[in-house]
Design a protein around this ligand. Structure first.
Ligand SMILES: NC(=O)c1ccc[n+]([C@@H]2O[C@H](COP(=O)([O-])OP(=O)(O)OC[C@H]3O[C@@H](n4cnc5c(N)ncnc54)[C@H](OP(=O)(O)O)[C@@H]3O)[C@@H](O)[C@H]2O)c1
Length: 300
């Protein structure tokens, strides 16, 4: 049974949660708002997010919607710009959105799982760095929480060429594992690079959760499988723990609200640096916008 994260007082805090219209992200956002944070819901569809906005408002919480498609880096830039125009400080960024079981290429030219689960979040968090630094206090660091998965252990490394091509495996679970490995390496590298702020980033496995992520499994099998999974409320507990616990190890991986060692590949500091630098190059944060070059050569 998943431990329950104790109630917190987050009045005066600003939080941003990606993929907050459903599943673990919705519970995370609603709980943070109930504890007093002003929560920005960064989601693909305003229509699908409206019930969450209404529920938070009805409960007296503060909430705002931001349009975000993590597969489209122009959308990521617009989302970050809209947030920075509205708020000087961001106390907590929860990189929760994710997809599994889908194949293809993002509009910005990355393997679908990797592009959405890692590259989109990488650019978003990098662009939000000034607001995270603004919120950070020595006694209370700003936080980034990256929702990863134990599936990261299936990845033996990152093929930096393959992640620029359409999904190759039949189920995309191999690519999903790579994207979740990238989530852990990214959290480690944020904590290392932004320790001066301080910004503390952690990653986590939420458990095997009965959410929409299983939508690609055929109906009857899905119904049976979901009976053996934990609920979305239980699945949000480790995210909420990483979002609020006063005792966190920077860069660490959490499972069931406790720190746990990830697979050895996720502890490879050299790979974390390489991923950071390649990602910066891809999204143009080192002055060379590789993703737009790739997109224009595809459309040519
Ligand atoms: N469920 C599990 O057992 C499990 C296990 C390990 C890890 N996780 C991780 O937990 C996180 C939350 O998943 P969940 O189980 O709550 O799944 P979910 O119910 O399917 O929710 C996923 C969220 O991600 C959003 N999303 C997908 N593609 C996006 C895109 N291109 N741009 C912006 N948002 C996008 C979805 O938006 P739409 O509704 O618009 O599609 C949805 O809000 C994911 O990172 C997942 O990898 C889940």
């Amino acid at each position: 049974m998943m431990p329950t994260t104790p109630e917190r007082d987050l009045r005066g805090h600003v939080a941003l949660v990606t993929g907050a219209n459903t599943g673990i992200g919705r519970v995370t956002a609603e709980t943070l708002a109930r504890w007093g944070a002003h929560v920005y819901l960064a989601c693909r569809s305003e229509e699908k997010t409206a019930p969450v906005v209404d529920a938070i408002r009805a409960a007296g919480g503060q909430v705002s919607f931001l349009a975000l498609d993590l597969g489209d880096l122009d959308s990521v830039r617009a989302c970050a710009a809209a947030f920075l125009a509205a708020e000087p400080a961001l106390h907590l960024c929860v990189a929760n959105a994710g997809l599994a079981g889908f194949r293809g290429l993002t509009p910005s030219g990355f393997e679908l799982c990797f592009g959405v689960n890692h590259v989109g979040h990488y650019l978003l968090v990098r662009l939000l760095e000034p607001a995270l630094r603004q919120a950070a206090r020595p006694e209370e660091p700003a936080r980034v929480v990256v929702v990863s998965s134990d599936s990261h252990a299936t990845a033996k490394g990152i093929d930096f060429a393959a992640v620029r091509t359409p999904t190759r495996s039949p189920t995309s679970m191999a690519e999903y594992g790579v994207s979740k490995l990238a989530n852990i390496l990214f959290a480690k590298e944020i904590s290392r690079r932004w320790a001066d702020a301080p910004v503390v980033a952690t990653s986590l496995h939420p458990g095997v959760v009965a959410s929409d992520i299983w939508r690609r499994i055929p109906g009857p099998f899905r119904w049976i499988a979901k009976r053996f999974m934990i609920t979305v409320e239980e699945g949000a507990q480790t995210t909420l723990h990483c979002a609020t616990s006063p005792h966190l190890e920077p860069g660490a991986y959490y499972v069931a609200c406790r720190e746990r060692a990830p697979a050895a590949t996720a502890l490879d500091a050299g790979l974390a640096v390489q991923l950071w630098e390649e990602s910066a190059r891809w999204v143009g944060l080192d002055g060379h916008p590789q993703e737009s070059q790739a997109a224009s050569s595809r459309s040519a």
